[in-house]
Design a protein around this ligand. Structure first.
Ligand code: NAD
Length: 255
């Protein structure tokens, strides 16, 4: 399928590994022009060397300085599509140690997205069209034990996205949330290693257990996830907006 993204610019956040990197690669391979944002300068340099028509911005989205660097890029560039993505919040259960951790959950999952969208959405509206995809988590469909900050604040991103879709004047600005289950990315490998240490079980055992809890009995492939993300970011998507789309092998059991 021709995605019709040749020559179009895409801002890909959290792009040095995992889902973000796969999305950036797919955009590049389809002839789009990805601008990658991440904290790791070396990984960004590596991508740029291998993919000549990409550009990179080294910035920490959770810091005032890093976010303002990205806002400057948004003000200076006509993007067609934007992938809103970064690392997740720390693990923990109610009530957490103190209120500072709740503040951190808000900062990491929600606050920077609001600030970024306040600049981005009016620009997309005035350009006449655009696509936004958020990467959140299956926790927006089914809370995950031990990840209360994700369970709470990602739901707020759902409220934000649904409200923006309803209130927007320009109707060719489409936005959707992808809700991944367990996929083999750096983040999952780190989580598996941590659980293996905590529980005294092998990493293979932990990974097998995650897969066994999923109806498809396997972990997801981030490259396949990226195929859907890039389709949603492309003009091929004409009529899918305001949706929360699980990509979880059937992990979320509700209807
Ligand atoms: P990853 O660790 O492989 O990649 C995350 C990317 O985001 C990296 O490029 C990292 O440099 C970048 N990043 C993180 N914090 C950043 C910051 N403050 N500023 C700029 N860049 C930053 O992880 P992933 O698995 O691709 O996860 C992406 C998102 O998907 C996370 O929110 C994660 O919680 C969520 N998620 C992942 C899974 C999974 O199974 N992998 C499941 C559910 C949700």
């Amino acid at each position: 399928m021709n995605l019709n993204i040749k020559g179009k610019k895409f801002l890909i956040l959290g792009a040095s590994s995992g889902f973000g990197r796969h999305v950036a690669q797919r955009v590049h391979d389809e002839g789009g022009l990805p601008v990658l944002v991440a904290r790791s300068e070396d990984a960004l340099k590596d991508f740029k060397e291998k993919n000549a028509s990409s550009s990179v911005v080294c910035a920490d989205l959770f810091s005032t300085e890093g976010l303002s660097k990205v806002l400057d890029v948004i003000e200076a560039t006509d993007f067609y599509g934007v992938l809103i993505n970064a690392g997740g919040p720390p693990a923990g259960s109610f009530p957490m140690d103190d209120m500072a951790q709740w503040d951190q959950g808000y900062d990491v999952v929600l606050r920077w997205k609001i600030e970024l969208l306040r600049s981005l959405v009016p620009r997309l509206e005035s350009s006449g069209s655009g696509r936004i995809v958020f990467i959140e988590s299956v926790s927006v469909r089914q809370p995950i034990d031990g990840l209360i900050l994700s369970n709470v604040f990602r739901m707020a991103v759902v409220g934000l996205m649904k409200s923006m879709v309803n209130e927007m004047d320009q109707k060719d600005v489409l936005m959707n949330i992808l809700a991944p289950g367990y996929h083999r990315t750096n983040r999952l490998e780190n989580l598996i290693a941590k659980q293996s240490e905590e529980q005294g079980r092998s990493e293979t055992e932990i990974a097998d257990n995650m897969a066994a809890n999923t109806p498809l009995k396997k972990l997801g492939d981030p490259a396949s996830f990226a195929e859907l993300a890039v389709w949603l970011l492309s003009p091929q998507n004409q009529y899918v907006t305001g949706q929360i789309i699980p990509v979880d092998g059937g992990l979320a059991k509700g209807v």
